[in-house]
Design a protein around this ligand. Structure first.
Ligand SMILES: [Zn+2]
Ligand SMILES: [Zn+2]
Length: 161
């Protein structure tokens, strides 16, 4: 059996994110997959409440830079990449929704600790334009926060199509 952290290390930066998710699921014990699915469903509800989500099935449509950041966040979460978490130390052994943000690389926190991510950028993560809203990209149990302008939002979250 593949170790999830090792799978992450190998696949971090891999452009084919869907395969990465499949790899992680294959590597995890069944009860953890069930818990991870429950956590992902929970994360989806949180994302919907926050106004914007992309399911894992559409991640391949995300821009490369964003997909790479999502993979990095997962890498930190799985302890396969250097980074920090909140004091609750979220970990795949105890799947629960986690959150990270493009303006705080390599920091992954539980949803209760989201304030630790601090203030978002006031400019678009993609084009640099002013007048942004923070979009929530949901990838499994990860909620990734990305400030984007109106013009770039459809590229990042499916709800704006
Ligand atoms: Zn926490
Ligand atoms: Zn933009």
């Amino acid at each position: 059996m593949t170790d999830p952290a090792a799978a992450m290390a190998r696949l971090a930066g891999h452009p084919r994110f869907a395969e990465l998710v499949d790899e992680l699921r294959a590597a995890a014990p069944v009860h953890q997959v069930d818990q991870a699915d429950a956590a992902a469903a929970h994360a989806a509800r949180l994302a919907a409440a926050g106004g914007g989500s992309s399911s894992t099935s559409t991640l391949t449509a995300l821009p490369n830079w964003l997909r790479r950041e999502l993979v990095e966040a997962f890498g930190v979460y799985a302890r396969a990449l250097p980074g920090r978490t909140c004091q609750h130390a979220p970990h795949p052994d105890r799947p629960a929704p986690v959150t990270a943000a493009t303006w705080r690389p390599r920091l992954v926190v539980c949803v209760d600790c989201a304030p630790l991510l601090g203030e978002p950028w006031q400019v678009c993560s993609w084009c640099g334009a002013a007048g942004v809203q923070v979009a929530t990209v949901q990838a499994g149990l990860l909620l990734y926060l990305v400030p984007v302008c109106r013009g770039c939002r459809p590229q990042v979250v499916a709800d704006a199509a």
